[in-house]
Design a protein around this ligand. Sequence first.
Ligand SMILES: [Zn+2]
Length: 293
Amino acid sequence: MRKVFAVFLVALGALAAVRGAGGQQPKGAPFSTAIMKLKDGLYVIPGYDGAATGGNVAVRVTSEGVIVVDSKLPVLYNDIVDKVKSVSSQPIKYLLNTHQHGDHTGSNAQFLKTTEILMHRNARANMIRNNLPGPGRIVYTDQQSVFLGGVEVQMRYMGRGHTNGDSVIYFADLRAVHTGDLVVWGKRSQGTTLTPVMDYAAGSGSGKEWVATLDNILKLDFDTAIPGHGPVLTKAQVQVFRNKMQTLNERMAALIKSGGRKTDIASRIRLDDLDWPFQAGALDGLFDELSKP
Ligand SMILES: [Zn+2]
């Protein structure tokens, strides 16, 4: 009983944290995409959605060149290059992609002429399968590192979630991560609220395995997390996101266990306390996945 109550209190605390941080955006102009310094040598070019601003781009500056994470949309190539130039005169030597989606790989084709592009083997396969331009030339399966100017940047595969090829980019020396769309937070620049996307069709993702993947991320030593979209987060906020994902899985499993059908999702799965306003049909894939014996 006491344990149940303690869990309840933790859940309440998590929800309070969500509310407190809900809608939190970088200080200054709302939805600013000005390059922002996070730590010595680490910057972010913010991205809040899949359309106008794309995903968050991380910029790791070293004395021998720049390592960039993700490339937003094709129309934002020059903007990324200009913003990197404003913080370093070094060339962009490596582009690391968190996954295959076009709001994270959109400028790949332009970068590929001058920059080596790295991604998970499955992310590359998904790009080929979905006919997306600019697949990376270098792939990995479990883990790989780029060493440049005395700095190591790690790419880690921590399990399925948003897709089956999500890389977590780990800046261990700075205690920072870029999670790609394994974590999203806050609002799109159009004002609607971001929800996690389980890309079953084009990305072979998994809402069920996503929780364990987030647990693997939380085992890393970091205090700063750049999500796929939205404001820069603390580790505690990543924990909040993980707990919400688990709650969503539990509610879907309960619906299925009670004989609920796909058409009952909208009326019987509570989402308001999670602040994830899923579009109709967005959770059908999770229903199917959790319905499998
Ligand atoms: Zn994505």
